[in-house]
Design a protein around this ligand. Structure first.
Ligand code: OXT
Ligand code: ADP
Ligand code: MG
Length: 579
């Protein structure tokens, strides 16, 4: 162990043979509940905790910034259905991790932010302790639950409560406050072992009421133009076979939300992904499965949804989600696995598929949109545009369907979402409900660590900058991650000019011709600079074959993007004209 204090504690434990302490109780409690990976940034007061964790057989990955460790923990929770753990120091480290905790809560990902904290007595009297902050109070409004453990004998219960709160019902973020003093507290080892709690059934199934199932089926049977919308809650639920069976048995076309792409392959004949506008406008009954009617679905009303009257079936584990934006004619509250299997049972043998005219109309729209896009994906323009570059990456994901695609940016995100077909569940990880930049490297790292699969991270140059230092982390752990930076020299575009004409760059513009590939080389990874789709294809294929940490700096036409990608309409307009 690193310092003499830590050494002494271990020796004492060995000498008396009957003592344990807060450090080891935390570790034992996590291990007892099958939590084996920790995403952290070390420092006072949790440096030794990380060391003991590593010594105790946990995998402890150290990051360069807590926000990235937090994003890693959040997506680890999404991928595994176990809470991802982020471990930080007090006040500033805690605050750095807090954005990710709020992001996890917003996205319904199970995560626990564990932060060390300073002396309670001094913090509460505001006497100016080292990194003084009332962390529990600050965390509370930003997460699903927040707990503080003051006594070693409560560690087992405290960790059990945190885990259960994170994964049961609607999953979310939990804050767990561990004051420095707690870690050093000792207790008899046997009593300590007895105080630990092995959680039974952390996320119990929640069966839907039979009458709610019948109501939903009744509505679906009456539909002439039914539609299923699959959200990332459906992907999280890991009820993949039943969801596919429901779509195929019902014959109802489905629209995947961004991270639900691949739950059924995007090439599936019932996919309406490439006919989004049409199906939202023209459907008469819409069944939401693990998706919310939030901004991403225009709150279920308005122009996007057209004039045709709609009725909604909504499957969600959170009862308060019902009627949150529009009236829900058939609420189906329960876990997705149970709800979908109840619907399948209830459909029985006599189920009649939706009218062929509806299916044909959707297929025609899908085919025309796909055909319109196809030639643009073949272009070999230099400088590259988004279509040329993404056409190449689309082919790579088709050839390597088990690779995980991480994606952030504005144009880089929006074009990639519609261009890159996904073929397997939970392979597309992106900015989620908040559209947050900075999730990229943390997400890529956790995806590689938790699944062992190769990862392709397609990043806008701005997006990459939020977490770019973590490429050192990628190299340190030698992870099979290929980062492609779509380098158009700026946020949305690289061509803006300072309207005041001064020497300062425009607000959205970066250094021209930046060589992000050199950053990767600095840490021993492979850096490649490419300017054409052919070069991009070669570089990414080589990276995916070798599994070596690689960063491909892909030069994109600085004029190719649009303001805010496909959500420019959300920008407020000034009444005073722009200069
Ligand atoms: O049906 P129609 O005809 O409508 O067509 C649709 C589909 O049917 C069709 N389609 C297809 N056609 C053919 N083939 C296929 N396979 C196919 N599939 C689909 O295509 C169209 C479009 O389909 P889509 O995309 O599904 O539909 P639509 O209408 O776009 O859907 C609406 C939405 C809302 C669901 C969708 O647009 C969406 O999911 N959007 C998410 C947007 C988002 O989250 N954006 C990120 C935030 S933007 C901004 O805030 C940024 N910031 C600020 C900032 C942030 N975010 N965070 C923090 C911490 N700080 C600051 C910043 C700094 S972005 C950004 C950086 C940007 O710069 P970068 O350098 O990183 O990136 P570049 O822009 O590349 O430079
Ligand atoms: P998207 O952004 O893909 O539309 P959202 O994050 O808006 O998806 O919605 C996910 C929904 O899934 C949340 O309302 C959440 O309560 C729900 N959810 C998550 N896990 C389950 C589950 N196992 N069973 C039922 N609902 C779930
Ligand atoms: Mg850019």
């Amino acid at each position: 162990m690193g310092d003499t204090k830590a050494q002494t504690r271990v020796d004492e434990t060995q000498e008396f043979g009957a003592l344990t302490d807060g450090f080891h109780l935390v570790i034992d409690a996590l291990k007892l509940n099958d939590i084996n990976t920790i995403y952290n940034v070390p420092g006072i007061p949790i440096t030794d905790l990380g060391r003991y964790m590593q010594a105790g057989g946990l995998r402890v990955l150290s990051f360069r910034h807590e926000q990235n460790a937090g994003y890693a923990a959040a997506i680890a929770g999404y991928l595994t259905k176990k809470p991802g753990i982020c471990l930080t120091v007090s006040a500033p480290g805690f605050l750095n991790g807090l954005t990710a905790l709020a992001h996890a809560t917003t996205n319904c990902f199970p995560m626990i932010l564990i932060s060390g904290s300073s002396e309670r007595e001094i913090v509460d009297l505001q006497q100016g302790d080292y990194e003084e902050m009332d962390q529990l109070a600050i965390a509370k409004p930003l997460c699903k639950a927040a707990y503080r453990i003051l006594h070693a004998e409560d560690i087992g219960i405290g960790i059990a409560r945190a885990i259960r709160a994170a994964v049961s019902g609607r999953p979310g973020g939990v804050y767990l406050d561990l004051p420095a003093k707690l870690l050093g507290q000792t207790m008899e080892a046997e009593a300590g072992a007895r105080s630990l709690v092995k959680i039974i059934d952390a996320a119990p199934r929640q069966l839907p009421a039979p009458e709610a199932v019948e109501r939903a089926l009744e509505l679906l049977r009456s539909a002439k133009r039914p539609l299923i919308i699959l959200g990332k809650g459906a992907a999280y639920a890991q009820a993949d076979d039943d969801i596919r069976a429901l779509v195929e048995k019902s014959g109802i076309p489905y629209l995947p939300m961004s991270m639900a792409k691949g739950l059924l392959p995007d090439t599936h004949p019932l996919s309406a992904g490439a006919a989004r506008s049409l199906v939202l406008k023209e459907a008469d009954v819409v069944m939401m499965i693990g998706a919310r009617l939030n901004w991403l679905l225009s709150h279920g009303k308005g122009k996007t949804w057209g004039d045709r009257p709609k009725k909604f079936v909504h499957i969600d584990i959170e009862p308060r989600e019902m009627d949150s934006n529009v009236e829900i004619a058939a609420p189906l509250v329960g876990d997705i696995g149970s709800c979908v299997s109840a619907l399948l049972d209830g459909m029985g043998k006599g189920w009649v598929a939706p009218p062929a005219g509806w299916i044909d109309e959707i297929r025609a729209k899908v085919e025309s949109n796909v055909a319109r896009m196809a030639p643009r994906l073949q272009n070999n323009n230099v400088p590259m545009d988004y279509h040329g570059a993404l056409g190449v990456l689309r082919a790579i994901i088709t050839e390597r369907p088990d690779a995980i695609l991480v994606n952030e940016g504005a144009n880089t995100l929006d074009f990639a979402r519609s261009i890159i077909d996904m073929h397997q569940p939970r392979k597309r990880l992106d900015v989620g409900t908040w559209g947050v930049m900075g999730v990229g490297m943390g997400t890529a790292i956790a995806a590689a660590v938790e699944t062992g699969k190769p990862v392709l991270a397609v990043e806008g140059d701005s997006a990459f900058g939020f977490s770019g230092m973590e490429i050192e982390t990628i190299c340190r752990y030698n992870l099979p991650i290929c980062v492609v930076v779509f380098n158009n020299g700026g946020i949305y575009r690289g061509t803006d000019v300072n309207p005041a004409g001064g020497s300062d760059a425009a607000t959205t513009v970066f250094v021209k011709d930046a060589r992000y590939d050199k950053m990767m080389e600095a840490f021993g990874g492979v850096g490649v600079h490419v300017t054409s789709p052919d070069e991009l294809s070669r570089a990414v294929n080589a990276a995916m074959d070798s599994g070596k940490p690689t960063l491909v700096n892909a030069v994109i036409d600085a004029e190719a993007g649009t303001e805010s990608g496909r959500i420019g309409n959300l920008n407020p307009q000034s009444v005073v004209s722009k200069k």
